[in-house]
Design a protein around this ligand. Structure first.
Ligand SMILES: NC(=O)C1=CN([C@@H]2O[C@H](COP(=O)(O)OP(=O)(O)OC[C@H]3O[C@@H](n4cnc5c(N)ncnc54)[C@H](OP(=O)(O)O)[C@@H]3O)[C@@H](O)[C@H]2O)C=CC1
Ligand SMILES: O=C(O)C1=N[C@H](C(=O)O)C[C@H](O)C1
Length: 233
C-alpha cells in the first residue's frame, strides 16, 4: 500500500525502512504540516512528529480522508477534538502511545495485576520512565497510558505522590538520560514487600514495526481505534 510519513525524524526514518521491507511504497516524507497534495493519494498516513504540531497534522489527514496512525505523544489534551473530527469526517484514526508488542503486553499484564490487587489495600503503585535527552514531553505517553490503565482497573489505587504535597502529580518519575530508547517500570509497594515490572526497549525497531502493522490493519477501516484493536488484547 501507499504510505505517507508525516514527521520524518528518528521514528519516520526507521518506519520508512521497515515499511519498504514489507513491500509498501512511501509516497511522502514530510517534515511540515501536510496538504491534500503532499499526502499524494496515500492509502494511510503514519504520523510521528512533535507535540506542538500533531493536532494540525492529524486534522489535515482526517479532513483529507486519509486514515492516520498517530504515534506522536504529548498532545492528548486535544484528542477528544480529533475523535470528533474523525467521526464527523467518517475517517479512520488510530493513536498509540507505544506501538511495540512488548509494551502492549506490558499494559495488559499491569492491568491484570491491578485488577487482582483491587481486592486488597496493601499495595500502592509508582511509575518510572527513562528516555533519551531529545524527548520534548514528560512524562512519556506510555507512562500516562500505564497510569490510566492502573487507575481504570484499580480505582482505589493511590498512586504515590512525588513529593507528598497536596495535589502533586501522579507518581511518575520521568528521567532523561543519554540515548535511552524507552524504559518503563511499575513498582507496586506494600509495607512488607515490592513487586517491580519493567519493559526495556533495546531500540526503536519495535515501535516502528508496530506502527507499520497498525497502518496495514487500519487501511480499510473507519472509526477510532487503538493497538488493543490491532492486537486483540
Ligand atoms: N507511539 C510510539 O510507539 C512512539 C512514539 N514516539 C513519539 O513520536 C514523536 C516523534 O519522535 P521522534 O521521531 O523520536 O522525534 P524526532 O524529533 O526525531 O522527529 C520528529 C520529526 O517531526 C518533524 N516535524 C517538525 N514539525 C513538523 C510538522 N509540522 N509536521 C510534520 N513533521 C514535523 C521534525 O522535523 P524538523 O527536525 O525539521 O523539525 C522531525 O523530523 C514523539 O512525540 C515521540 O514521543 C516515539 C517513539 C515511539
Ligand atoms: O520519545 C520517544 O522516543 C518515545 N516516546 C513514546 C512515549 O512518549 O511513550 C514511546 C516510546 O517510549 C519512545
Amino acid at each position: 500500500m501507499k504510505i505517507a510519513l508525516v514527521g520524518y525524524g528518528k521514528m519516520g526514518q526507521i518506519i520508512d525502512r521497515i515499511a519498504t521491507e514489507r513491500g509498501h511504497e512511501i509516497v511522502a516524507r514530510l517534515n511540515q504540516t501536510p496538504t491534500s497534495e503532499t499526502l499524494n493519494n496515500a492509502d494511510v498516513a503514519i504520523e510521528f512528529s512533535q507535540p506542538e504540531v500533531a493536532f494540525q497534522n492529524i486534522k489535515t489527514c482526517l479532513e483529507n480522508h486519509t486514515p492516520v496512525v498517530c504515534g506522536t505523544t504529548g498532545w492528548l489534551s486535544r484528542k477528544p477534538e480529533i475523535e470528533q473530527i474523525a467521526q464527523a469526517q467518517q475517517s479512520a484514526f488510530l493513536y498509540g502511545s507505544n506501538f511495540s508488542l512488548g509494551v502492549n503486553l506490558f499494559f495488559a499484564l499491569n492491568e491484570k495485576l491491578a485488577l487482582m490487587m483491587a481486592h486488597f489495600d496493601e499495595y500502592n503503585a509508582q511509575l518510572e520512565e527513562i528516555h533519551h535527552i531529545h524527548k520534548k514531553d514528560a512524562p512519556s505517553g506510555t507512562a500516562i497510558s500505564l497510569a490510566e490503565g492502573l487507575i481504570a482497573h484499580h480505582p482505589k489505587f493511590h498512586l504515590w505522590k512525588l513529593d507528598e504535597t497536596e495535589g502533586a502529580q501522579l507518581g511518575i518519575f520521568a528521567i532523561r538520560e543519554d540515548e535511552v530508547p524507552g524504559t518503563h517500570s511499575v513498582f507496586y509497594r506494600s509495607k512488607v514487600d515490592e513487586i517491580e515490572i519493567k519493559h526495556t526497549a533495546f531500540s526503536r525497531e519495535g515501535f516502528a514495526l508496530g506502527a507499520v502493522v497498525a497502518a496495514e490493519w487500519l487501511r480499510d477501516k473507519k472509526g477510532i481505534f487503538s493497538m488493543k484493536d490491532v492486537l486483540g488484547v
